[in-house]
Structures are given as structure tokens and as C-alpha cells.
Design a protein around this ligand. Structure first.
Ligand code: SF4
Length: 298
């Protein structure tokens, strides 16, 4: 193939991502619109390529009478075509009415060093180093904020656990966005530090997922483009609250920044950067507070 003067004519397909993402996607996928059938939520890859191979590229091209989509996928397509928002008032009211105060809004940041740094950790294991926690004592009280950012010269998990246990107190629901992540990290901590298992299990048992109303499409706007990540939900619901004004805008940057402080390659103003890390994580949980406010107004 290397000696051949011609580029082989191969269309895009499952081979572009399996067994791993191809570096050439920037070229071969140029004709795929920014929002396309490949963004249909939870649609299996073969079905996406079936649509593509029939010449169906955008959601507007889909003939719903001829396409096998589940109700939430149909909702996504219809919402895009009509530009309308879907709100399932009953489900959302059920969800919000079952929340128990004081309410906690919690988000973790992690690092995943390839070569384990800390006792008992595995290669690439996601290790917590930071959290932000907003607290609302009652439905009408002002929010309070607590946070933790580890000292990069120590195992970040010990201080994290001890302060988290103190900050979360003993009662009230703890809202996270995508429960499997926070629950997974807490279970890892229980495994590595069994001496804290009772308190950490208590926290795990209080977790509730604020992502559910969006994952279930009880609240869906066309701006979400099939995604229910907080980065898609927030601008759709509260456009004035944005990550764009922050120096650190996403979790990957936060993680790499802290990891560079741990391994001694960080170059820059440590105090200023720690402030930026705190601001980023704080916005994640403040966003959750605001998202719940919107749900409660339904
Ligand atoms: S993106 Fe890669 S795998 Fe897909 S068609 Fe292009 S070269 Fe082949």
C-alpha cells in the first residue's frame, strides 16, 4: 500500500474507531456535518452507518416511518426538526419532590498517572485530588460552599477523605452528575482505605444522580444535541453561566495541570493555577445548583 501511487478508496466505517480512533478522521470525516446521525443518543454504531450508507447525514434527513429508533431517539430527532423543548412535568416533579434536605452538590476531579505514584494504586487508576461541594440546608436557604484541593507533594486521597467526611455531615441527599463516576471513586477509596469505610459507605448511600432527568429525556432541548453531559445541559438551560470565561475549562486540563504539579513538571504560577483549579471545580457544582433550580420551576 505504501508503494501504491493512489490513495485507496475506502469509505468511513466501523474501522475508523475500532480497535481505536484513527488519526485520519480529520480528513476522511470532513463531509460529516457537525451535528449528524452519528450524534443520535445511544444509537448503535451499525445503525448509524446503515443510515449513513443510505445517504442520511443529518437528523432532518431521517424518515421516521422507515427508521427503527427508540422513543428517546425519536424525541431527539423531532426536537431538532421542530426546534422545540420537551419537558415531562410529572417525572421531573417526582424527581425533585423526592430530594431530601440538606442537599449537597458534589463533584470530584481526578488524576490518572500511567506509572502509579501512591501506595496501592494501579496504572491509570483515576485518583481523586479535588472536590467542590455546594450545600443548601433547606429549599429556601442560601447556598454554602466547601472545597478541597490536595497538596501535590502528598498522597491526595487522605486529606480528601477526611475533609469530605466532615463536609458531608451525616444526612441529606448528595447530588452528583453521573453517579457512576463519583460512586466508583468512593468505592476505590473504601478499598484502599478500609479504616474510613463506614463513613464513606454512608456517603455512597446518600448519592443521587442529577443527570437522570436529562439522560431519561424528561427535560430535553434541541441545543443538547442528544448529549446529557453537564457541559451540554448547562448552556442549554442557563446560557449565561459558562465555562468559557474560565482559564481551566474542562476536567482533562484540570487533571493534567495537577498531575504536572505532582510530577514536578509544572511551570507557572502555582498559587494562581490553584485558584483556577478551584474556580473550575466550583463552577461544576454551582452549575448543578442552578440546574436543579430550573427543574424545580417546572
Ligand atoms: S479515518 Fe482512518 S480508518 Fe477511517 S477511512 Fe479514514 S484512514 Fe480509514
Amino acid at each position: 500500500m505504501i508503494e501504491s501511487p493512489d490513495i485507496p478508496q475506502v469509505d468511513i466505517g466501523n474501522h475508523c474507531t475500532d480497535p481505536y480512533d484513527c488519526d485520519f478522521k480529520g480528513t476522511c470525516w470532513k463531509h460529516i456535518p457537525e451535528y449528524s446521525v452519528f450524534d443520535i443518543s445511544r444509537l448503535n454504531k451499525d445503525k448509524k452507518f446503515d443510515l449513513y450508507n443510505q445517504g442520511v447525514l443529518t437528523l432532518h434527513d431521517i424518515d421516521l416511518s422507515q427508521t427503527d429508533l427508540n422513543p428517546n431517539q425519536v424525541l431527539q430527532v423531532k426536537s431538532e426538526i421542530s426546534g422545540s423543548t420537551h419537558i415531562d412535568i410529572d417525572e421531573i416533579r417526582n424527581f425533585t419532590s423526592e430530594l431530601n434536605y440538606p442537599l449537597y452538590f458534589l463533584d470530584f476531579e481526578t488524576i490518572g498517572p500511567a506509572v502509579p505514584i501512591y501506595e496501592g494504586s494501579r496504572p491509570y487508576q483515576q485518583l481523586v485530588f479535588q472536590y467542590s461541594l455546594h450545600i443548601r440546608e433547606t429549599s429556601t436557604s442560601e447556598i454554602e460552599h466547601r472545597e478541597y484541593l490536595a497538596d501535590p507533594t502528598e498522597d491526595p486521597r487522605i486529606g480528601f477523605i477526611e475533609q469530605l467526611i466532615q463536609d458531608c455531615a451525616k444526612s441529606g441527599d448528595i447530588l452528583v452528575f453521573n453517579i457512576s463516576f463519583e460512586r466508583g471513586k468512593l468505592n476505590d477509596l473504601i478499598e484502599s482505605f478500609p479504616e474510613y469505610s463506614n463513613e464513606l459507605r454512608g456517603i455512597v448511600n446518600r448519592l443521587k444522580d442529577l443527570m437522570i432527568p436529562f439522560q431519561q429525556k424528561w427535560y430535553y432541548t434541541p441545543e443538547m444535541r442528544g448529549s446529557y453531559s453537564i457541559k451540554s445541559v448547562l448552556p442549554a438551560l442557563i446560557p449565561e453561566l459558562s465555562y468559557n470565561d474560565l482559564d481551566i475549562k474542562e476536567g482533562g486540563t484540570a487533571s493534567n495541570t495537577f498531575l504536572s504539579m505532582v510530577n514536578g513538571t509544572f511551570e507557572g504560577d502555582v498559587e494562581e493555577t490553584r485558584k483556577q483549579l478551584l474556580e473550575y471545580c466550583e463552577l461544576d457544582t454551582y452549575a448543578m445548583v442552578k440546574i436543579l433550580d430550573v427543574l424545580k420551576e417546572v
